[in-house]
Design a protein around this ligand. Structure first.
Ligand code: PLP
Length: 392
């Protein structure tokens, strides 16, 4: 056996990717599995974006770029931040990375010392705690309930802060809950954070554009412009333009911190793929019609799935504000099912008995729930719900 590092032993592989792999393996073995685990839109990347990448390839744009991103893409990102979010950045305040995932990773590596605490509201995106652990930090989880719409209160935030708190992640609209914070709620959280000037705020706006209920998107800087000097805004093209495989994410923030994040990136991956950067620039500056079409489709599926789930005895599902996930509470159903102990067992039960693969809430720090991805066809969703009802 090979003696691996303590570091790698402290983390686990992404559970959402594991479910997808498990479903694929069962399918390969001839089983009919419907996958509701997907963390990516099921639509194709728009043609004009693909065409831009093909052109870049034909033009020989296939070499190293600046580590922090091409000037053209950075310009497009700066314009995006200005137009969509009312935020001003200079090129030195922008870092383009290999997906939003690398933005968070760079941030943890650049900011945390051993023992530094990072506040992570649950349910959380699966990668935050493990990225904190990989940087020798300590994840401090704030638990929420469906009754509070999976949002932390200012009181909960205040209680979680200690002299060791260095960073907080805010993800709105949220993967997995699909819930977004309102401007007033962000104001209230910002009021707490204002008293602790050493805490850096990471706002993960990855699902900014997949939003219906709360109208216009807002993040904590819209509520508290005075937090600009210690907030990192993270976003990317993965979800908004169905470009998960292209691996382009970006961050805007204080120059000192962005520069440090760039240093980490320069000694790990260097620049993100050259042709993907051209594609991302086109995504941000070109026709935005795709986003509306995608949202209309997701909303239709959302309405169907939420209303069907609520007809099942023991399932409670609140309508979301956006994203392509719903996050029903299934605790009562679990208690009714013989031989099923918890949400992990329930997910196992569904894959075995119904041929439906989805992710248990425990993976997101929120047991008693399941995450259903609606990023699959309506026909698949209808079939999946029918099978789930039958199996239980
Ligand atoms: N942030 C959140 C909340 C996400 O759900 C994801 C993807 O699942 C990411 C960031 C990272 O996206 P990517 O690295 O694919 O750009």
């Amino acid at each position: 056996t090979i003696a691996l590092s303590d570091r790698v032993k402290s983390v686990k592989p992404s559970p959402t990717l594991a479910i997808t792999a498990r479903a694929a393996a069962m399918r390969a073995a001839g089983k009919d599995i419907i996958g509701l685990g997907a963390g990516e839109p099921d639509m194709d990347t728009p043609d004009h974006i693909k065409a831009a990448a093909v052109k870049a390839l034909d033009n020989g744009f296939t070499k190293y770029t600046a580590v922090d991103g091409t000037p053209g893409l950075k310009k497009a990102i700066i314009a995006k931040f200005k137009n969509d979010n009312g935020l001003d950045y200079t090129p030195k305040q922008i870092l383009v990375s290999c997906g939003g995932k690398q933005s968070s990773y760079n941030l943890c590596q650049a900011l945390l010392n051993p023992g530094d605490e990072v506040i992570i509201p649950a349910p959380y995106w699966v990668s935050y705690p493990d990225m904190v652990l990989l940087a020798d930090g300590v994840p401090v989880i704030i638990e929420t309930t469906q009754a509070q719409r999976f949002k932390i209160t200012p009181e909960q935030l205040r209680k979680a802060i200690t002299p060791k708190t260095r960073l907080i992640f805010i993800n709105s609209p949220s993967n997995p809950s699909g819930i977004a914070y309102s401007l007033d709620e962000l104001k209230a959280l910002g009021d707490v954070l204002k008293a602790f000037p050493d805490i850096i705020i990471a706002t993960d706006d990855m699902y900014e554009h997949i939003l219906w209920e709360s109208g216009t998107f807002v993040n904590i800087l819209n509520a508290h412009p005075d937090l600009y000097g210690r907030t990192v805004v993270m976003n990317g093209v993965s979800k908004a333009y169905s470009m998960t495989g292209w691996r382009i994410g970006y961050a805007g923030g204080p120059e000192e911190l962005i520069e440090a994040m760039c240093t980490i990136q320069s000694q790990s991956t260097s620049n993100p793929t050259s042709i993907s950067q051209v594609a991302a620039e086109t995504a941000l500056t070109g026709d935005q019609g795709f986003i509306d079409r995608m949202c209309i489709e997701f909303k239709k599926r959302h309405d169907y799935v939420v209303s069907e789930l609520n007809t099942i005895d023991g399932v409670e599902c609140i309508p979301t504000d956006g994203t392509f996930y719903v996050f029903p509470n299934v605790q009562k159903l679990i208690e009714q099912l013989d031989g099923v102990e918890d949400d992990l067992g329930f997910s196992e039960y569904l894959i075995e008995k119904a041929g439906v693969a989805l992710v248990p809430g425990s993976a997101f720090g929120c047991p008693g729930h399941i995450r259903i991805s609606i990023a699959t066809s309506m026909a698949n969703l209808e079939k999946a719900l029918e099978r789930i009802k039958k199996a239980i």
